[in-house]
Design a protein around this ligand. Sequence first.
Ligand code: PLP
Length: 369
Amino acid sequence: MPSNGQTNWIEVDLEAIRQNVRRLLQITGVQVMAVVKANAYGHGLVEASRAAVEGGATWLGVARIDEALTLVQAGIPATPVVLGYTEPERACEAANQGVRLAVYDRMVAEAYAAGAKNAGSPLYVHAKFDTGMGRLGHSPKDGVEFIHWLKGLPHVQVEGVFTHFAEADEPQKPTTLKQLAVFDELLQGLNAAGLRPPLVHAANSAATILFPQARYNLVRPGIAVYGLQPSPTAPLPSGFRPALCWKARLASVKMFPPGHGLSYNYQYFTTREERIGVVTVGYADGFRRVAGNQVLVRGKRVPVVGAVCMDQCLVQLDEVQDARIGDEVILIGREGEEMISAEEIARQWGTIGYEVVCGLGARVPRVYR
Ligand SMILES: Cc1ncc(COP(=O)(O)O)c(C=O)c1O
């Protein structure tokens, strides 16, 4: 295999992202806001966003205004929405660049209006309601009054109303239906008062798939765009595939005698003569310093042994007699019959697939296919 000159890299299959978004459009029949915050869940903000838009996404959800501005500057033809908090001093910039902001607090909304006064265009906002997540959002109880008040602010246009689910990936629990009931009551109030904004959105990936009534006229999936499962109880249907592979290389292959300590603090001792490889991945790349990691070398699963270092780790290669310096090592991805998924690593690390991909190091180059 020709070398790409890298020792640790992420391959992103942009066609997988396009296909996953096409599938979301096909399943829902409504507009898609691809959530691309956190460097598009580690996949690369600009490239993954472009692919999501090519697949049919018309909105892009981010967490920070600078992510939104990066998308605008890159000329990605979809509208960015900052789903989290934005400092009021950025409101003028947001208005000028067409970046939508979330609002849920009167004081902050007033400050946004004051900031937008100096902009060449109005500030478009999406009002966020806390229907039960217990995080950001205005109370839905006086939600109609809030929207009425918001619509009266100068230089501000209320374009959307939204909420977020706490447990949509655990559909057996009653929370999502309860949150939906609260949100629907608010929407009825808004309808009755003639105040319903054009866009209504609520569904993350799990709700998009499992709760059709949560789709309204826009869905807001993140993890499904990248082909990863929201959770074991919210698997993706057919037609989605993971977009990301993570690879490194063997930097050394050596034989060690029995009883030899390996890596920092000698957490592993050879028990016989053992073939040990050094792999070019460490915790600075996002490969956690926990016991029990495995990787693929020449299509075989091998155990990581000893402590994971900052830039390297060690693997036991007795099962791969032909392993050589320069061989590709798969950390996430498939080789032959074997596959290590982000979800498998998440189980091993006691976390969720989201954290695995979002935690991939900034220094790891993303290579696009
Ligand atoms: C407000 C909001 N909407 C949508 C999403 C997308 O969620 P998921 O990746 O589970 O689809 C997130 C992700 O955390 C979010 O914070």
